[in-house]
Design a protein around this ligand. Structure first.
Ligand code: ACO
Ligand code: KIV
Ligand code: MN
Length: 519
């Protein structure tokens, strides 16, 4: 068979993937995933292991009926009963396939207690039986990568002669390494008579974290079918991840000139669905489909991305079905990303305004994992405090069941630091009493309101405080991850505004060094 550059994608999420402890999917979930696989262009769907249970049989049978373009395959051990049951399930498919396997390594030959010759005979008989039922037969020597190479060549030849159309070479325990993976397939193709008439497949597990590399190496060695699962779901450390091999072949087509039929824009959607139905969440830093795969938090990367996205991304997020790159703001972010985010939110800021917000943003990001749009909004709407007469320098509040609540506060008033300790009925009351002690005033509190602007226990609280004195009303606002700090700042902000109003209504009024109450 002339080797084209097309690599067939064989998805086994519903069979090997489901073998992950705890990943069992319901009947309807399996059908839904199978439809998604079919639509995304998977060439062969291994829909289950029909002899395993009535449920598996039903799922494979129904998937066989609904598949529009994919070949539907079922797994069976090397015995007639399994193979017959498998055929019963897949035979309704437009394109059915029987997959039969047996362990060929010394360790696995010992399990059914077959010597090399007896096993060879079993392979001949079972593959012949499968081929008499179906003209599309895949045969796998389980644990191929720990099987003696000469014996592997011998049994592969037998399977081909018995009618197998695909020879799958499983690295069942994730033991091989890229060079060996390529050499093994290359050697089989070069040595086994009839090898050119079949497709060689690679089926890798990720026990040593090499499943993707081993699969790609096998393709370089001549394999033209990759067996894989969505999100790399599968036994133990999982199988080769479909999204990884497909994107690797797409992105590095310059050095791996092979194609697949996969519509890569459907990757994210199916990844999320498989994560949900299997209950196996995708790790944040998982290649291609992890939450952080297209997210950049650090300032230098964000700046680079804003100037040219190729600086830190080797593929487009749109190519895997995402709407775009994300530049989450956090403690490592810089001004470029902050400016871009604020511009996206509709704020066109001058450099000095941006610098002011940036300082407060860094201060917030030091205390908070991620800074959200609403956090930024709160920062933007917080006033520039550089002109304020009254500033909060520090606050420590003791609260809890053992009262009284106490607030130790340092304020800067007209450039001089003053400090006090005050008690109150609760931490906010104690805090406000501390402000009153440091800056005695006659203004009355009209309104005190707290709301959380973002979610989570590290969310910012926005506090509004409305004060009134002599008919003048001023509202102060502040946001902070500490509600009491936000309250103190909002209260002081309101007082500063009242002072400004007073200056404005009484021109020439000299507030320097004069206590507000004394005036
Ligand atoms: C590497 C892989 O992923 S292989 C696929 C693994 N997947 C599964 O096993 C999931 C589905 N399996 C099942 O539901 C069950 O194991 C069944 C229904 C297939 C068999 O159940 P049981 O009859 O109770 O057998 P049990 O699971 O205890 O043992 C497996 C039997 O299959 C035999 N066996 C294992 N692989 C093969 C094979 N490829 N060909 C022939 N026989 C095999 C074992 O020698 C053992 O036989 P024994 O009962 O005569 O000792
Ligand atoms: C059944 C075979 C192909 C398998 O899953 C393996 O060997 O890992
Ligand atoms: Mn496997």
């Amino acid at each position: 068979m002339t080797k084209s550059n097309e690599v067939l994608i064989f998805d086994t999420t519903l069979r090997d993937g489901e073998q992950s402890p705890g990943a069992t999917m319901t009947h309807s979930e399996k059908l839904e995933i199978a439809e998604m696989l079919d639509e995304m262009g998977v060439d062969i769907i291994e829909a289950g292991f029909p002899i395993a249970s009535e449920g598996d049989f039903q799922a494979v049978s129904e998937i066989a009926k609904l598949a529009k373009s994919a070949t539907i395959c079922g797994l069976s051990r090397a015995n007639y009963k399994d193979i017959d049951r498998c055929w019963e399930a897949v035979k309704h498919a437009k394109s059915p396939r029987i997959h039969t396997f047996i362990g060929t390594s010394p360790l696995h030959r010992a399990i059914p207690n077959l010597n090399m010759d007896e096993m060879a005979e079993r392979i001949h008989d079972t593959v012949t039986h499968a081929r008499n039922l179906c003209d599309n037969v895949q045969w796998s020597p389980m644990d191929a990568t720990r099987t003696e190479w000469d014996y592997l060549c011998r049994v592969v030849e037998i399977a081909i002669k018995a009618g197998a159309t695909t020879i799958n070479i499983p690295d069942t325990v994730g033991y091989t390494a890229p060079r060996e993976s390529a050499d093994l397939i290359r050697n089989l193709i070069a040595t086994v008579p009839g090898a050119d008439d079949v497709i060689f497949a690679t089926h890798c597990h990720n026990d040593l974290g090499m499943a993707t590399a081993n699969s790609l190496a096998a393709v370089e060695g001549g394999a033209r079918q990759i067996e894989c699962t969505i999100n790399g779901l599968g036994e133990r450390a999982g199988n080769t991840a479909l999204e990884e091999v497909v994107m690797a072949l797409k992105v590095r087509n310059d050095i791996m000139p092979y194609t697949t039929r996969i519509d890569t824009r459907k990757i994210m959607n199916i990844s999320r669905r498989v994560a949900t139905v299997s209950g196996f969440a995708v790790q944040y830093n998982k290649a291609i489909v992890g939450k952080n795969a297209f997210a950049h938090e650090s300032g230098i990367h964000q700046d680079g991305m804003l100037k040219n996205r190729e600086t830190f991304e080797v593929m487009k997020p749109e190519d895997v079905g995402l709407s775009g790159t994300s530049l989450p703001l956090g403690k490592h972010s810089g001004r470029a990303a902050l400016r871009a985010k604020l511009a996206e939110m509709g704020f066109d800021l001058a450099d000095n305004q941006l610098n002011d917000i940036f300082i407060r943003f860094k201060d917030l990001a030091d205390r908070k994992k991620e800074v959200f749009d609403d956090d930024l909004m709160a920062l933007v709407y917080q006033n520039d405090t550089s002109e304020d007469r009254l500033k909060l320098k520090s606050l420590r509040v003791v609260c809890g069941t053992e009262g009284p609540q106490t607030a130790d506060m340092v304020m800067e008033i007209d450039g001089a630091d003053v400090k006090t300790s005050a008690t109150g009925d609760g931490p906010v009351d104690a805090t406000f009493n501390a402000v009153k002690a440091l800056f005695p005033h006659g203004a009355r509190l009209q309104l005190y309101q707290v709301s959380a602007v973002t979610e989570g226990t590290d969310a910012q609280a926005t506090v509004s405080v409305r004060m009134e004195e002599d008919g003048r009303i001023a509202t102060g606002q502040s946001a902070d991850t500490d509600t009491v700090v936000a309250s103190a700042k909002a209260y002081i902000n309101a007082l500063n505004r009242l002072l400004v109003r007073r200056e404005q209504s009484e021109p020439g009024y000299d507030v320097k060094g004069v206590s507000y109450k004394d005036t």
